[in-house]
Design a protein around this ligand. Structure first.
Ligand code: URA
Length: 209
């Protein structure tokens, strides 16, 4: 069975509660989403590979550890993934960015791809797929499936919020992909919204309601 990392740091939890408030403005919702995702990035990248390099301090030569940000790829699931991308890039500015666009076919309810743009050499890269909401899991499952065709070194999934149904769906299809989230809420409603949730993340991020 796959793993779920719930990042329960007080700062993350505080900001998530602020995002839940229905009267949070677009401006503050967007700012909070980026702040949480920046904080979560510390935990998400805790085990990334490091290398030792030579470094000259003002006093002597030594060695130090560095991460290779260019080997990391943040893959944003459009459109809401964009709302947590900047926060993660503030922590790893050298990361590459890929985008996947998926829409839900109204007849089959399956995820249909309309856009897929990745950096080259994905086989040499560690991928972090990002989408604020892991709800039914349909787009996450389809995005990971598509990425696996490119054979990256590893794949992680980061969201702000999920629910037992979303976790189960992603883990059933991709038990090798760990999930990082700020909270696992109670349930999905009949329209695919997470309860108690934060509402429609895309609409709240971009003020499109
Ligand atoms: N997508 C959202 O934006 N919100 C939900 O609650 C579920 C899916």
């Amino acid at each position: 069975m796959g793993t779920v990392h719930v990042i329960d740091h007080p700062l993350v939890q505080h900001k998530l509660t602020m995002m839940r408030r229905k009267d949070a403005s677009t401006n503050s919702f967007r700012r909070l989403a980026n702040e949480i995702s920046a904080l979560m990035t510390y935990e998400v990248l805790r085990d990334i590979p490091m290398q030792e390099i030579d470094v000259e301090t003002p006093l002597e030569f030594t060695t130090g550890k560095v991460i290779d940000g260019k080997k990391l790829v943040f893959v944003s699931i459009l459109r809401a993934g964009t709302g947590i991308l900047d926060g993660m890039l503030t922590i790893v500015p050298g990361a590459r960015v890929g985008h996947i666009g998926l829409y839900r076919d109204p007849k089959t309810l399956g995820a249909v791809e309309y856009y897929f743009k990745m950096p080259g050499d994905l086989q040499e890269r560690d991928v972090v797929v990002i989408d604020p909401m892991l709800a039914t899991g349909n787009s996450a499952v389809a995005a990971v499936e598509r990425l696996k065709e490119c054979g990256p070194k590893s794949i992680k999934f980061v969201c702000l919020l999920t629910c037992p149904e979303g976790v189960a769906a992603l883990h059933k299809a991709h038990p090798d992909v760990p999930i990082y989230t700020a909270a696992v809420d109670r349930q999905l409603d009949e329209h695919g919204y997470i309860l108690p949730g934060i509402g429609d993340a895309g609409d709240r991020l971009f003020g499109t309601k």
